[in-house]
Design a protein around this ligand. Structure first.
Ligand code: NAG
Ligand code: NAG
Ligand code: NAG
Ligand code: NAG
Length: 474
């Protein structure tokens, strides 16, 4: 018996394979250029399906006059010859290149011409996953129309983002929801979309982020919204929504950001809100909410922003809010809050902004507020607060003009803390009988008359806070 080592065996196999393949290798090496070109064409590695390409050009011509698209980009999906703002990928089954993302609005992406209108055939690009239109429809009125025919195949769309399109009008068609089952991000903000939010919104089962802010939406918030169990961000702010917030909102267990500010919402804040245990940001300001705040609100341990100014609440300031340890901003101004400022508010060690101005708060300022080491904006003006301001000169200097205690008739300042540099708009206390001195000390003047300006956290600043939070979420 001859023994062949495994090594020798492998070598023999290799030689046999080379001998068998030799005729093919020979053919390949001697192939003419004609053969080679046939090979690449069969691969179709960088070509598009002709009808998809045609649809793409039609879309580009509807929207943009930046180029003669067909001439300038004969092969728009091929990486080396594509424009910024288009993304493509190779099909798994047909090995064509397919458009997956289109971005319009600001250079270097294609810009939109003044006459551009919404290209509803965009939904016919079968592989499209993301659509971005920023500042695109600005002159010619257009609507967000979805083709009615059944050839619509854009079921792979995950992100539809239309921001800042002032000539985008009309209502949201229910078809938009029923035909786009994979949608995860829907942004239609800063346009002039009107009408109601269709209940069919519940069909967007994969939706993670919904932003319909800064439009002209009317009607109720649909109860069906509660079916969007994956929702992390919900922004319906700056519309004209009416009615109360449906209790089903408590079913959105993943929700981190809830912005319903600047609408015409009524009723009380629903009890179910206490179930939103992931919530970090809630803005309900500029509405017509009234009545009790849910006691369970205090269980939202992750809450960092609670913004509720400008609502006719007319209740006492809830003591439980002092349990929201992570709070950074607490804004409850102009809301008819009465009672004392709860001493528990001094446990909010991460608080940077506390706005309680223009309410009917009584009693003295809790001593502990002076212990809030991160606070830089504290507005207690226009209340009925009394007694001595408990802040030391270090605190007064640190906050400077961002501390406002003016407009509280019975509030006064400890003479020892009454520095020239600190003008608070209150009088100095008369320590002898613990009432105000009156106008004896002329150095202490109301801030607004002597300084001419009062630093206030303006809407833009707030906007950047929102934006920052948004970026933090995504
Ligand atoms: C306060 O904020 C800091 C930094 O953002 C964070 O690390 C800390 O956990 C927060 N404290 C509380 C009580 O949430
Ligand atoms: C404020 O902080 C100081 C020092 O940390 C502490 O002794 C005092 O009790 C605190 N005051 C209140 C009212 O929490
Ligand atoms: C308290 O001070 C005010 C203002 O100086 C004075 O009019 C009043 O008589 C004083 N009251 C007492 C009890 O000393
Ligand atoms: C405090 O609130 C009042 C009333 O809204 C406002 O006029 C003032 O500018 C605010 N002050 C600061 C420092 O923000």
């Amino acid at each position: 018996m001859t023994l062949i080592s495994p090594h020798t065996q492998r070598l023999t196999h290799l030689i046999m394979v080379i001998l068998l393949l030799f005729p093919f290798l020979f053919l390949l090496l001697t192939a003419t250029p004609h053969h080679v070109s046939t090979t690449t064409t069969n691969h179709q590695q960088d070509t598009m399906d002709p009808s998809e390409l045609q649809t793409l050009y039609n879309i580009m011509e509807t929207l943009s006059s930046d180029h003669k698209w067909r001439l300038s980009f004969p092969n728009p999906c091929k990486p080396s010859t594509s424009w910024t703002g288009i993304q493509c990928k190779l099909g798994l089954t047909d090995s064509h290149l397919h458009v997956t993302r289109l971005d319009f609005g600001t250079p270097p992406n294609p810009t939109c011409k003044p006459t551009s209108t919404f290209p509803s055939n965009i939904f016919q690009l079968p592989y499209l996953q993301s659509i971005f239109f920023f500042n695109c429809f600005t002159k010619t009125k257009t609507t967000l129309s979805v083709p009615k025919d059944h050839t619509l195949s854009s079921s792979s769309l995950q992100q539809l983002s239309l921001r800042s399109n002032p000539s985008l009008v009309g209502s949201i068609s229910p078809q938009l929801f029923s035909r786009l089952p994979s949608l995860q991000i829907l942004t239609l903000s800063q346009s002039r979309i009107s009408g109601v939010i269709p209940p069919e919104i519940s069909e967007l089962k994969s939706l993670v982020h919904l932003d319909l802010s800064y439009n002209q939406l009317t009607g109720f918030i649909p109860v069906q919204l509660g079916k969007l169990g994956s929702l992390v961000g919900l922004d319906l702010s700056y519309n004209s929504l009416t009615g109360s917030v449906p209790n089903t909102i408590g079913q959105l267990g993943m929700l981190q950001k809830l912005d319903l500010s600047s609408n015409l919402l009524t009723g009380s804040v629903p009890m179910s809100i206490e179930k939103l245990s992931s919530l970090a940001f809630i803005a309900l300001n500029n509405n017509r909410f009234h009545g009790k705040l849910p006691v369970g609100l205090a269980n939202l341990k992750g809450l960092e922003y609670l913004i509720m100014d400008n609502n006719p609440m007319s209740i006492e300031l809830p003591v439980e809010l002092g349990q929201l340890q992570k709070l950074q901003e607490l804004r409850l101004a102009n809301s008819g809050f009465s009672g004392e400022i709860p001493a528990t508010f001094s446990h909010l060690s991460n608080l940077t902004t506390l706005s309680l101005q223009n309410n009917r708060l009584t009693g003295s300022i809790p001593v502990g507020l002076g212990n809030l080491s991160r606070i830089y904006h504290l507005n207690l003006s226009k209340n009925l607060l009394s007694g001595e301001i408990p802040f030391d000169s270090g605190f007064l200097k640190r906050l400077g003009k961002n501390l406002d205690v003016s407009g509280n008739r019975d509030l006064c300042l400890n003479p020892l803390e009454a520095y020239d540099c600190v003008k608070l708009g209150v009088d100095v206390c008369d320590r002898s009988n613990n009432t105000r001195v009156g106008k004896i000390n002329s150095r202490v003047k109301p801030l607004k008359t002597s300084e001419g300006q009062v630093v206030e956290i303006s809407q833009p600043t707030l906007f950047f806070v929102f934006l920052g939070f948004h970026l933090y979420l995504y």
